[in-house]
Structure formats: C-alpha cells, structure tokens
Design a protein around this ligand. Structure first.
Ligand SMILES: Cc1cc2nc3c(=O)[nH]c(=O)nc-3n(C[C@H](O)[C@H](O)[C@H](O)COP(=O)(O)O)c2cc1C
Length: 167
C-alpha cells in the first residue's frame, strides 16, 4: 500500500467518524488521520495518496477547519499525488446544496496537478442539486448520515473497492 493520509473537517463528529471508519477499513494508523485545521505543508508532502473529507455547513459551504486547511493544501506540491474526496451532508433539509463542500474541494484542487479519483454515481440518492455532481457523477463519496445512516457502510465499502487500485 502507498503512503495514505486522511484529512477531515468535522463540526459535530460525523465526518470524523466516517474518516475513522475509512481508516479502520484500510488498516491505517492514527497518526495518518489529520484534522484539516492542523495540517502543515511538510505533513501533506509525506503522502502519496490523500483522502480528503468535509461536511457541508451554512448554505453549501466548506466545514470551518478547511478554511485554513485548503490554503495549506494549495501551498503544497500536489503534482503526482492521488486524491479522493468524501463528505457528508443532509439531503432532506439541504437538498439544494447536498454535500456541496465536496464540490468546493474539487474546484480548489482539480487544476493542482493531482489526480482526483473515486467518483460515485448519484443513483439511489435523493436531492435537488449539488455542485459535487460534475458531468453526472459525484466527484467523491457523498454520505448522508442524518437520513440514510443505514447506507453509509455499504457506500464506504463500494467506494473503497473503487479506489483500491490507487492505494
Ligand atoms: C446550520 C446547518 C447547515 C447545514 N448546511 C448543509 C448544506 O448546505 N448541505 C448539506 O448537505 N448539509 C448541510 N448540513 C448538514 C450537515 O452537513 C450534516 O449534519 C453533517 O452530518 C455534519 O457533519 P459534521 O458533524 O462532520 O460536521 C447543515 C447542517 C446545519 C446544522
């Protein structure tokens, strides 16, 4: 396995739990799971593969810890790195901005020289609009632990199966 790191932003613990679940399934150690508000360029540079997670807050905004985190990532040299995105939201109460923050990370990173893998079909989700959908696919793993927590584990497993060749 390549050197894989997870960076997450989470306000009430949902995305953090998802990050920990992903890490457990990949057999990762705790030091490779980082809060987006605490990363440094040197730390980011250690990894060949980064799994980036964010919940969506406000009206389609990045989780707060990513305000600093995204600037650190953009300062790092991401050329040649593989990045996969995941996140959580609420497709019933925020149907118009469902998991938009995944789309914001994508917009910020897509021209940085990294390759972004792990797209997910929106089939089976129920929402009106999301900027995380590009060309008919979520640009990462979208999860709704508020309304569909029974689907979370299966969706994580399918996504990890999809990206395992890059790990
Ligand atoms: C004030 C507020 C605003 C929210 N805005 C959105 C939103 O725009 N889109 C969305 O998909 N979810 C939205 N959510 C739902 C959260 O993303 C969801 O509860 C998520 O699981 C929180 O994850 P966290 O605990 O990791 O931060 C919002 C929740 C609250 C309370």
């Amino acid at each position: 396995m390549k050197k894989v790191g997870i960076i997450f932003g989470s306000s009430t613990g949902t995305c953090e739990n998802i990050a920990n679940t992903i890490a457990r399934k990949l057999g990762m150690s705790a030091e490779d799971i980082m809060n987006a508000g605490e990363i440094t360029v040197d730390k980011v540079n250690e990894y060949e593969v980064l799994l980036l997670g964010t919940s969506t807050w406000g009206y389609g905004e990045l989780q707060d810890d990513w305000c600093d985190g995204i600037n650190v990532l953009k300062s790092a040299d991401l050329k040649g790195k593989t990045i996969a995105l995941f996140g959580c939201g609420d497709s019933e109460s925020y149907s118009d901005t469902f998991c938009d923050a995944i789309g914001l990370l994508y917009q910020d990173l897509k021209d940085s020289g990294c390759s972004i893998v792990g797209k997910v079909s929106p089939a089976g989700y129920h929402f009106s609009s999301s900027i995380a959908v590009v060309d008919g696919m979520f640009v990462g793993l979208a999860l709704d632990d508020v309304n569909e927590d029974d689907k979370t584990e299966g969706r994580i497993d399918a996504w990890l199966e999809e990206i395992k060749t890059y790990l």
